[in-house]
Design a protein around this ligand. Sequence first.
Ligand code: BGC
Length: 721
Amino acid sequence: MEQKIEALLSEMTLDEKIGQMCQVDPGVFGTEEEVIEAVRKGQLGSLLNLIGAGKVNEIQRIAVEESRLGIPLIIGRDVIHGYRTIFPIPLGMAASWNEDLIREAASIAAKEAASEGINWTFAPMIDVSRDPRWGRIAESGGEDPLLNAMIARAMVQGFQGDDLANPLTIAACAKHYIGYGAAEGGRDYNTTMIPDIELYNVYLPPYRAAVNAGVATVMTAFNEINGIPASGHQRNVRGILKKDLGFDGFVVSDWASIQEMIDHGFAADEKHAAQLGIAAGVDMEMSSRTYANHLKALVEEGKVKMEWIDDAVRRILRVKFRLGLFDNPYVDESLADSVLVNPRHLEVARKLAEESIVLLKNKNELLPLKKGTKVALIGPMADQPYEQLGTWIFDGNENDSKSVLDAFYEYNGANNTFFAEGLAYTRDKSTKGFRAVERAIAQADVVVAVVGEEAILSGEAKSLAELDFVGAQNQLLELAASKGKPLIMVVMSGRPGGLYKTRHLADAILYAWHPGTMAGPAIVNLIFGEAVPSAKLPVTFPKGEGQVPIYYAHKMSGRPADSTSWTYIDDIPVKAVQHSLGNTNHTLDYGFKPLYPFGYGLSYTTFEYSDISLSAKTIQIGDVIKVSATITNTGKREGTEIVQLYVRDLVGSYTRPVRELKDFKRITLKPGESERVTFELNSSQLGFYHPNGRYVIEPGDFHVWIAPNAADGLMGKFRLE
Ligand code: BGC
């Protein structure tokens, strides 16, 4: 393949090389004739947002048969959490902690997308996200580097399979490199300040995992980092990603992010932006045209090295060769019919939705309900076939969706379901629908309130300043709770929020994120016990926006807060135990604990953790230590528990987090059954990166936990020598 690339490269003119480095959306670029003409002249290497097997084949035929060198186009599209069959939003998928199922979902998305002519998806998004105000937290794997790395691996493998040349696989794109999730104030596109020690230890690990999994492409981000835009960051792209991590695919800019370096105040004009982009190592420019308009002159003026251009083109051709596009550029136009939303895909979507919905509260074991229970189904998200799909679903179709109402009618019967949404949409402030809600509740034994936020309230540029439920939803929940009937709250949302002021109203809470096409059946199966919740939070649940950022892997500080220094009532500090002890790292209104910790989630059964043991008290660098505990199902149902392994390095040459997730395992236990769970922790997992990017393993004392979430668990100690 490398020989073929060299042979082709040697035949290419500079114009043709630059053409390969340009990607446009045909609808934005110009008329159909203009697009065809540019493809014919070899001025475009890629199109995004062109779908339909027939249309793609038509334009591909022009590239292959009518351009001078016949280089095929690569067709890109945002296939983020499903193509037609929509899976839970990525944050929801992350809550499943189920690598196999996430991989399967990505492979289904790839098949569906490929059947419509797509070769390349702009996913997975693996930006560590610690701010629920940021709308794009919905698209991420949450706050933890290890969990995001797992998702990176699962999705890259799922999209790309074993062989990219297989017509049912597509190239993946790890994005947005890098640090996009750290936007100040959670406002999208905003400035980030990320010290190198954070860059290496928190933001980079998912990208390392994506590269190790063979990701074909990487997208540079919109944000600036420490004063340099991510799309013009030579050290980060050309240095860390390409050289240090050994990434051999190509780098694409985000939409116009090369040109936007002018707005950042980093580039003087378009020409300068092009120069900065290529110098940084961005191989393909998405949408803006600075490469098309200026690279040639920049090369001729000696401002851009020819070897940078050649490197970019080699990388782009390499991915096209890997995709098998030179041998088989066309898509089989008969595929889509049998592939799109077939029953097996819907089955996986339902299962993943069930596994992504987190049970946060279940007072007096209210859930599961018995089939046939008379239920008042209320709330503005109860019958929203489109909104339940969540953000970034270009090709999702609400007609495929089953809403919660549909599923209640189907499973529990229309006679047992009294529906009144109460609010027309989540931001609705009018209470005129509340009378109907009262009538529905009067006829029922239990209330199920489906609240939250529509798809449009999370995702790109959809940041929020406040995390409480919008509109009159709090009043609706208060009304529902006041009727003396058990209240089950189901929340559909792109972010963790809404519960601080409402959780006391509900007897049970299912946090559903945006569950996708099969939201209804998944939620109904959980409510009636056809499925048992197993999901765990992929992100710390803050009390409110004023507590953000809050994440489990925080540093200790010199004045750590804990319950011995103050008297806490309901997590709120009310009185210092002793004046001098009271000056700790908390706020007077929210205390120091989040609403729910990372990794938290309940089941319809209970699990007891006991007897932690370690295979050694002391290990040497190079050794493996085994950490074991017994997990017992102490409840009355079979259930799955996600058992988590955390570590703390007590003293470091740089301070280390109070806990770091190192591994996890899913175990399924029958009532009364126990399992001895053993984790093998290699000393190589105990190190961290210094700000210069060097990985160091420092001898010393470690704590280790086998835990049901980041705040609890059994602790052991060992020493690394
Ligand atoms: C987003 C990317 C996306 C691209 C193409 C941008 O606005 O930030 O995530 O892949 O558009 O649609």
